[in-house]
Design a protein around this ligand. Structure first.
Ligand SMILES: Cc1ncc(COP(=O)(O)O)c(C=O)c1O
Length: 392
């Protein structure tokens, strides 16, 4: 056994040497606009609580009432005995919200992507995947056994070339994030739906970061672009803008019936606790009724982005509430994050393998409930430290 641990120790040493070792930052108190870490109060520019509703009174009340009435766990897989009626209600609400025939809730976005992709694609099929897609999509593709062509990030010429190469496969499935989680830019969905129709492919989109934010009703980027009804498979998460936990897939009833029967990451796992399902229903109401939140978060992010771009930071092509400051070097990125921490700002360094090699960055996220003053103060510190470190 000594060899086993010696090998782990060596691998960990390498991570340390490359400034890639990861540790927890434990948060005391709620994860909202400000967080408390190691007794320090920090402006939170690193959460996905984009709309600021994780602590909303309606969500809290719904969750605590469910705990009082039903207890804490579902203690069984949904197809055995863990299917609370709350599930049926939440799925109906989700389908109505997404304007689809049906929806199915998963325990997390990770297991949703893993399960959906590996269920719908198989040996003999081909998947065309944007090369910046989330790790859960990549893992789902690996598990599926289908062949893979990765097209250059948001490059429609390259997607078309890949579709031409894919002629002859039984099924072609295009998969893309709608809003890219680490770059904050947008998939060109109108062009993608044209191509998928032209080449008779199916399209799956991951609205983890678009849901609740984009579109007239907050349904996501596909709604914003007016192409929702041309997307075969839409998945999204409930633990980010919706402030709860879990994920869903929405689409035609035939798709949902098939996934419910075949998806291993859905079938062989315990259902979500009732408190989560009740809070999801409340979150759907809040997202639809409190439109000011999605309008606010996008307007505030646009202001921050503009300020940082004018100062000379490299922000990639961010067009959303996610604003990456590209630095490149791991050590410099960690140092920037540490200096911000000293100024009471939480802006976590994102390093490979979450992003490509030499593309380390700070991933800033704006919340609808950050005040203009809070964001202006943060921008001042970002500029000052950026100048001191020679980043701008
Ligand atoms: C694009 C994307 N898809 C899926 C996931 C996974 O979602 P979850 O955190 O619910 O597992 C994430 C979250 O990090 C994500 O950014």
């Amino acid at each position: 056994m000594e060899d086993f641990y010696a090998d782990l120790a060596q691998k960990l040493e390498k991570l340390h040497a490359e400034h890639l070792f990861r540790e927890f930052k434990s948060v005391a108190g709620p994860l909202s606009e400000w967080v408390e870490i190691k007794g320090k109060r920090l402006l939170n520019l690193s959460s996905n609580n984009y709309l600021g509703i994780a602590g909303h009174p309606l969500l809290r009340t719904a969750a605590s009432q469910a705990v009082q009435q039903l207890g804490c766990g579902s203690t069984s897989a949904r197809l055995i005995a863990g299917n609370y009626e709350l599930y049926d209600q939440a799925e109906k609400d989700l389908a109505r919200f997404k304007d689809t025939e049906a929806a199915l809730i998963f325990n997390s976005g990770y297991t949703a992507n893993l399960g959906i992709i590996s269920t719908l694609a198989d040996r003999g099929d081909i998947i065309l995947s944007d090369n910046t897609n989330h790790a859960s999509i990549i893992d789902g593709i690996r598990l599926s056994g289908a062949d893979l062509l990765r097209f250059k990030h948001t490059d429609m010429g390259d997607l078309e070339r890949c579709l031409q190469k894919a002629a002859g496969y039984r099924h072609k499935l295009i998969i893309t994030d709608s809003v890219f989680s680490m770059d904050g830019d947008l998939a060109p969905l109108p062009a993608i739906v044209e191509l998928k129709d032209k080449y008779k492919a199916a399209l799956m989109i991951d609205e983890a970061h678009g849901g609740g934010i984009f579109g007239e009703n907050g349904r996501g980027l596909a709604e914003y672009y007016g192409v929702s009804h041309r997307v075969e498979i839409t998945m999204g998460t409930l633990g980010k803008a919706f402030g709860c936990f879990g994920a869903y897939v929405a689409g035609r009833k035939i798709l949902i019936d098939y996934l419910r029967n075949k998806t291993r990451s859905f079938i062989y796992t315990t259902g979500l606790p009732p408190s989560v399902l009740a809070s999801v229903q409340a979150a759907l109401q809040v997202v639809q009724q409190e439109k000011w939140r999605r309008e606010g978060v996008l307007a505030k992010a646009a202001w921050v982005r503009n300020e940082l771009a004018e100062a000379g930071f490299k922000l990639l092509d961010s067009q959303s509430q996610i604003i990456p400051i590209l630095i490149g070097d791991n050590t410099a990125t960690v140092e920037f994050s540490r200096r911000l921490f000293d100024e009471n700002i939480l802006a976590v360094a994102i390093r490979p393998p979450t992003v490509p090699l030499n593309a380390a960055r700070l991933r800033l996220t704006v919340m609808a409930t950050h005040s203009n003053e809070e964001l202006a103060g943060a921008v001042q510190h970002l500029k000052q430290i950026g100048r001191e470190l020679g980043i701008i």
